[in-house]
Write a protein of this length. Structure first.
Length: 185
């Protein structure tokens, strides 16, 4: 049994290190809600008006699409304040991708005033719904002690949850934590 645990540990560390080519940080993270094929075709004013109307009516997908478009300047002028507003509306309705993206905006002070406490709030809500990016970002915050008490064991827990979902940055950080013995009992 000990042999299997040791083998699993070595396999996890090697896989994580091989899966990554660099060190990951919050500044490298992207919004959790990727561009969709549908939003790429909504470039004419009537189509945008339809999207805006649906978002105003509380449609979560439309709110996330608007937020994503404003954050990238996709068919509209880039406006991180508007992006944060739309992510916030979708996040308040419990959408984990919007919660994670809003957490990132608060962490980096993009479109909102930088606030690590609010970043943690939104990351935690998303992470508890199994959003891998939020779990990874919470792990980073636990490692740094930013917005939460510094805790390698909590960092390990969040990175492990994200790594189980195939999130390569979390796999790398999990490997580093195991290799250095941080957070491991």
């Amino acid at each position: 049994m000990r042999h299997m645990v040791g083998y699993s540990f070595r396999l996890t560390v090697c896989s994580a290190l091989l899966a990554s080519l660099g060190v990951f940080d919050l500044a490298d993270a992207a919004p959790a809600y990727p561009s969709t094929e549908v939003s790429q075709f909504l470039t004419t004013p009537p189509d945008f008006d339809v999207l805006l109307h649906a978002a105003d009516q509380g449609d979560i997908d439309s709110q996330k699409q608007l937020a994503d478009r404003y954050s990238r300047g996709d068919g509209v002028p880039e406006d991180l304040t508007k992006a944060a507003r739309w992510y916030h509306l979708a996040a308040e309705q419990g959408d984990p991708e919007a919660q994670s993206s809003l957490g990132l905006m608060y962490m980096n002070g993009q479109g909102v005033k930088k606030n690590s406490d609010l970043a943690v709030k939104w990351y935690r809500l998303a992470a508890e719904q199994n959003n891998a990016q939020a779990q990874y970002n919470l792990g980073l915050l636990c490692e740094k002690g930013e917005g939460v008490p510094k805790s390698d064991s909590e960092a390990l827990r969040w990175h492990h949850l994200a790594a189980e979902q195939g999130y390569s940055a979390a796999q790398y950080n999990l490997g580093v934590l195991y290799a250095t013995g941080r957070g491991v009992k």
